[in-house]
Ligand binder design. Structure first.
Ligand SMILES: Cc1cc2nc3c(=O)[nH]c(=O)nc-3n(C[C@H](O)[C@H](O)[C@H](O)COP(=O)(O)O)c2cc1C
Length: 124
């Protein structure tokens, strides 16, 4: 059993990193942690080039990262919330998992956890 954790925060040892790592440790399984800011992963181009092949046509680090997600038994995705929305790296990563769907549904049946950090003022 192997669980993959990803963090969209670019900050070293950030809140999101530590929250994702806490979840990974709690699984008791073999884990791998990935910081998306250390890789090149652009947003989906919506070209639908993956529909027949399950392969993305963009030649960045997505294919390597998606292969890790495909091989893992579970996925922990951690994002933070700049300007009240999920951060761009996490969004791009999730968009780019689209080729794992279509004909085969490679993530079907796997466990998934979403981790989101934020800073809501106490007087809200
Ligand atoms: C540029 C920027 C904008 C932010 N905007 C929001 C926001 O709109 N709402 C919110 O709840 N937190 C906001 N935050 C706070 C972060 O979501 C929060 O500190 C988060 O834990 C940061 O994650 P990190 O430590 O993993 O980088 C913002 C942080 C930054 C750097």
């Amino acid at each position: 059993m192997k669980i993959l954790g990803v963090s969209g925060s670019p900050i070293k040892n950030s809140n999101t990193d530590r929250a994702v790592k806490t979840v990974l440790e709690a699984t008791g399984a073999e884990t791998e942690f990935i910081k998306l800011s250390e890789f090149q992963i652009e947003p989906c181009r919506a070209c639908l080039g993956c529909v027949d092949t399950n392969q993305c046509v963009i030649g960045d680090d997505r294919n390597m990262l998606a292969e890790k997600a495909k091989q893992a038994d579970g996925l922990v995705v951690g994002g933070y919330t700049p300007y009240s929305s999920i951060d761009g790296r996490t969004k791009a990563f999730l968009e780019r998992l689209y080729p794992l769907r279509h004909k085969h549904g490679f993530m079907s049946g796997k466990s998934g956890v979403a981790v989101v950090t934020c800073a809501i003022p106490e007087d809200c």
